[in-house]
Design a protein around this ligand. Structure first.
Ligand SMILES: [Zn+2]
Ligand SMILES: [Zn+2]
Length: 331
């Protein structure tokens, strides 16, 4: 089968390897749609967790081709999405319902072979039925589960004013989740015109391209969906006193924030981060199946697997036409 491997930072290649066999409790999935995430770019650039070589792709869906012994919930032909973080269920964090901090954490597409190949084996507990949801939408179960987790952590209140930095695929999912959570007004900061347009289409009330256009000391909740340090530093200036700043975007590792400690104190702020998700895949599937969250407009490209290096290049060049890129390993 075809498989994409990142051998080391900045070195990516299409290779062939045998189709894996599912072991006991494992499921073999034919990958039908596999989304590219900012995290994949961080892995490609050597800025994330995990060791090399790695087969990327942690946002994917597909069809079950075979099941190993002991698999109970699924059969061949089932349409499924994958929750890529694999927790051990037996460490101090797992036993305390904090599986995202599992001491023995593994992740499909980060430490284990991911969805940027034609077939992948995954443990049954990581597999979720998507019913008749289109595969391309099923590829959003993982990013949406992370967004559900993050927005729940921010504890939006009815009629809040929310500011979102960044209208990439994640910013646009956050925008829709914030609306569902009852936000009265949502302001988006985005300087890429294509993405700004998408945020307007998906219901943003105001979209600005420059940080200076936002109102200081105003928003109940400010959510950073960029991971850009210079923007993360500024959230505390725009949140109202007593408000919340959520750092959602993945920043590069090894870089520090810089913000005025006294301002955080005086404004009585709550600063939060959000790391992956904790059992939020059911919610994500429900939100997609009921079209409460729309992901079709987020997709700009559907490409065959061999185009992955070119797709990374498109993303890194910040082409305004690029939204979510979905790879079709068997398409
Ligand atoms: Zn991701
Ligand atoms: Zn654990």
């Amino acid at each position: 089968m075809d498989s994409i491997v990142i051998r080391k930072p900045r070195e990516i290649a299409l290779t062939e390897r045998p189709i894996p066999e599912p072991g006991p409790g494992e499921i073999l999935i034919k990958v039908m749609a596999s989304g590219i995430c900012g995290t994949d770019i961080h892995i490609f650039n050597g800025e994330y967790l995990g060791a090399y070589p790695v087969i990327p792709g942690h946002e994917f869906s597909g069809t079950i081709v075979s099941t190993g012994n002991l698999v109970k919930r699924f059969k061949t032909g089932d349409r499924v999405a994958v929750e890529p973080n694999i927790a051990c269920d037996n460490c101090v964090h797992c036993l305390n319902n904090r599986q995202n901090f599992c001491l023995n954490w593994q992740a499909i597409g980060v430490t284990l072979p991911g969805g940027m190949e034609q077939y992948v084996t995954v443990p049954e507990k990581a597999v979720f039925s998507i019913g008749d949801l289109p595969f391309e939408q099923g590829a959003f179960v993982e990013p949406l589960s992370c967004v559900v987790h993050g927005v729940e952590r921010a504890q939006l209140r009815l009629a809040d004013h929310v500011a979102i930095f960044g209208a990439g695929p994640i910013g646009n999912l956050i925008l829709q989740m914030a609306r569902l959570q009852g936000a009265a007004q949502i302001t988006v900061l985005e300087n890429n015109p294509g993405r700004a347009e998408l945020a307007r289409e998906l219901g943003a009330d105001l979209v600005f391209s420059r940080l200076e256009d936002l109102q200081p000391n105003t928003y109940d909740v400010v959510i950073d969906a960029t991971g850009v340090i210079s923007l993360m530093n500024r959230g505390i200036d725009f949140v109202r006193s007593g408000g919340t700043v959520l750092f959602f975007g993945v920043p590069p590792s090894g870089k520090n924030l810089e913000m005025e400690a006294f301002k955080i104190f005086q404004k009585g702020l709550t600063l939060l981060s959000s790391y992956t998700s904790v059992r939020n895949s059911f919610q994500a599937v429900n939100l997609l199946q009921t079209e409460q969250i729309k992901v079709e407009p987020l997709i700009s490209h559907r490409l065959p697997l061999k185009e992955l290096p070119a797709a990374f290049d498109l993303i890194e060049r910040h082409d305004p036409k690029v939204r979510k890129i979905i790879m079709l390993p068997n398409g």
